[in-house]
Design a protein around this ligand. Structure first.
Ligand code: BES
Ligand code: MN
Ligand code: ZN
Length: 499
């Protein structure tokens, strides 16, 4: 994957600027500021003429290309609306429009001017962070299984941003670094999620984890195979892979950014590399989308990659529970009872409710790291799409402070979540006459009963569960979004005191 280089620079005089694209953030204001007036003069008045002709109104997210002059090949105007009314949502719209338009152009490099943004606007560095994030996200292209890279291959290589009077160059650099690290993490997540199930198997994920660890001195990886998991007693996780020719894996990342004894933040990801439903077979329509069922696992990769790029001064343990859910003569059947790592027995009433079966053993496993907090991430239920559509990630937690932190991180990062209850009353749906727990509820609130199931294995620590079935990927255009990496990275930065 090619990386887009994004840096902060001091502004140069116009006649010394050499760039293929000068990007100008344009406020909704009657008169141009001094620097924009100078630019207008340099461009022979095209800027002011475009505005007086009414061809560019500077509404949020609007864009307009103008021809350049001398060292400036072209100029891209990006509307910022009225900066007094700037909200977190408008930041994202501005950044998305800028990134999409610039990345799809032929420019190899660009300079971004933020003169139009009022320095009085609250936390202007957040806009810079969003710009770096969306430039990086827009730059991503899936290509691994495409024979020839499409004609639209990315040409953009370098973007520099002049914070002008907006914030100090140091603040700008921090914001840009955070945005691009988050984007790079999310792009790693997208690539893994987009890969087909015949390539991205549990063993492949283990290999990619080792590759990622080689990139960062502070990151190490260990992998448990099926024999080691059986020795430990992870029969719930193993029951999911029983029907598959692909052996299951438990992958553990250790990122050390703080002294060894500091308690880690734990991320646990559902890594079902393909979910057929097993013996409780899914219908055929759209079944291909179940290659995305390792989106939680991939977001553990992405969040850890970003944390390591940012050298966050905390410890993180990432655990990926990877298996393939297939029907076969050896597959787990409805009615089977298995014993989980915790010792709790589980009656498997529906083999398609497999995510919770791999996660519960991983949640028991992470107790050994004395975690500060544990977050699991999973494309867990279709029901969360009924409740929230594709806008928000479902948040469930046994700790109000942790839930609030994730909600706040989600809104700062424009990767929002919404909290659901996991009350005692819902837990009753999981009672079984043959085991300690059934793996599905008796009816209604499917995302909540799934979370209640997980909560039974997360009693020893502060825990949250993110149901990303609606947010990890889109059906059209089909592909991974990289969510909830921005939310997770923002949360980790906050816990690391870097927010
Ligand atoms: N991976 C699916 C959930 C899912 C559905 C993710 C649609 C993305 C899009 C999960 O393993 C599953 O099959 N869940 C079942 C649970 C049910 C059997 C209780 C579901 O949601 O139907
Ligand atoms: Mn399933
Ligand atoms: Zn699944």
């Amino acid at each position: 994957m090619s990386v887009l280089n994004i840096t902060a620079k001091v502004a140069a005089p116009l006649d010394q600027i050499k760039t293929q694209a000068l990007v100008v953030l344009m406020p909704e204001r009657k008169s141009l500021g001094t620097r924009l007036k100078e630019l207008d003069k340099y461009l022979g008045g095209t800027l002011s003429r475009t505005i007086t002709n009414g061809d560019f109104l500077s509404s949020i997210g609007s864009t307009c290309w103008l021809p350049g002059t001398q060292g400036i090949h072209r100029v891209l105007l990006v509307g910022c609306g009225s900066m007094n009314q700037r909200t977190v949502v408008s930041d994202k719209k501005i950044a998305e429009a800028l990134a999409r338009t610039l990345v799809s152009s032929n420019a190899k490099d660009a300079i971004v001017w933020t003169d139009g943004v009022s320095p009085k606007a609250a936390q202007p560095e957040r806009l810079l962070e969003q710009i770096a994030l969306h430039l990086t996200l827009s730059h991503y292209q899936y290509s691994q299984t495409l024979n020839h890279r499409k004609k639209s291959a990315r040409t953009l290589r370098r973007v520099s941003l002049t914070p002008a009077n907006l914030c100090t160059p140091a603040t700008a650099k921090r914001a840009l670094d955070a945005g691009s690290a988050t984007g790079r993490g999310a792009n790693l997540t997208r690539e893994l999620v987009n890969l087909p199930g015949n390539i991205c198997t549990p063993r492949y994920l283990a290999g990619e984890a080792r590759k990622l660890a080689k990139q960062h001195a502070s990151l190490s990886v260990s992998v448990l195979d099926e024999r080691k998991m059986a020795d430990l007693g992870m029969h719930s996780l193993l029951s999911v892979g029983n029907g598959s020719e692909q052996p299951s894996r438990l992958i553990t990342f250790k990122y050390q950014g703080a002294p060894a004894k500091t308690r880690p933040y734990c991320l646990v990801g559902k890594g079902i590399t393909f979910d057929t439903g097993g013996i409780s077979l899914k219908p055929g329509a759209k079944m291909d989308e179940m290659k995305f069922d390792m989106g939680g696992a991939a977001s553990v990769f992405g969040a850890i990659h970003a944390a390591a790029l940012l050298k966050l001064p905390i410890n993180i343990v990432g655990v990926v529970a990877a298996a393939e859910n297939m029907p076969s003569g050896r597959a787990t059947k409805p009615g089977d009872v298995i014993t989980s790592l915790s010792g709790k027995t589980i009656e498997i009433l529906n083999t398609d409710a497999e995510g919770r079966l791999v996660l519960c053993d991983a949640l028991t496993y992470v107790s050994r790291f004395s975690p500060e907090e544990v977050i699991d991430i999973a494309t867990l239920t279709g029901a969360i799409i009924v409740a929230l559509g594709h806008e928000a990630t479902g948040i469930f937690s046994n700790d109000d402070h942790l839930a609030d932190s994730l909600l706040a991180a989600g809104s700062r990062a424009h990767d929002r979540g919404w909290r659901f209850p996991i009350w005692e009353e819902y837990h009753r749906q999981l009672e079984s006459p043959f085991a300690d727990l059934a793996n599905i509820g008796t009816g209604g609130a499917g995302s909540i009963t799934a979370a209640c199931f997980l909560a039974e294995f997360a009693e020893d620590y502060k825990w949250a569960h993110l149901d990303i079935a609606g947010t990890a990927f889109r059906s059209s255009p089909k592909g991974a979004t990289g969510r909830p990496v921005p939310m997770l990275v923002d949360y980790l930065r906050e816990r690391a005191g870097r927010r």
